[in-house]
Write a protein that binds this ligand. Structure first.
Ligand code: HEC
Length: 102
């Protein structure tokens, strides 16, 4: 049993290292958000030059896939840039973070 647990945690560590190879190493939603999104959407998602992303914003009812798409592609003709450099894991973590904002 102990042995199984050990190999599972090594897999997690290797996954984190591989995902971090894009140069942008932060993997957790809050850190990526603080580094790349907060300047427009506010430190807590309350909005700023960009719309609020917390429950007071327009995201209520959006599918996760739609949120992922906006993050990847941006919104053409607006200040919202596309973040193609983020890994799948980073986008997943961002979406999870946005979904749990109060
Ligand atoms: C330079 C400013 C800027 C940055 C940086 C930025 N955004 Fe945006 N974002 C905007 C603007 C402006 C819009 C509104 C676009 C529109 O009018 O539809 C937007 C829209 C969105 C939307 C759709 C919400 C809605 O109500 O239409 C999501 C989701 C989003 N941004 C997530 C993010 C995430 C996650 C990041 C960081 C990875 C990020 N944004 C970084 C400016 C920014």
């Amino acid at each position: 049993m102990g042995r199984l647990r050990k190999s599972v945690s090594s897999i997690v560590v290797i996954g984190a290292l591989v995902a971090g190879c894009g140069g942008e190493t932060a993997l957790d939603g809050p850190t990526i958000y603080a580094n790349q999104c907060a300047r427009c959407h506010g430190s807590e998602g309350q909005g700023g030059s960009g719309p609020a992303l917390d429950s007071g914003g327009r995201l209520t009812g959006w599918e996760e896939a739609e949120i992922r798409e906006v993050i990847r592609r941006g919104v053409r003709g607006t200040a919202m840039p596309g973040f193609q450099g983020l890994s799948e894991l980073q986008v997943d973590n961002l979406v999870l973070y946005l979904k749990q904002l109060p």
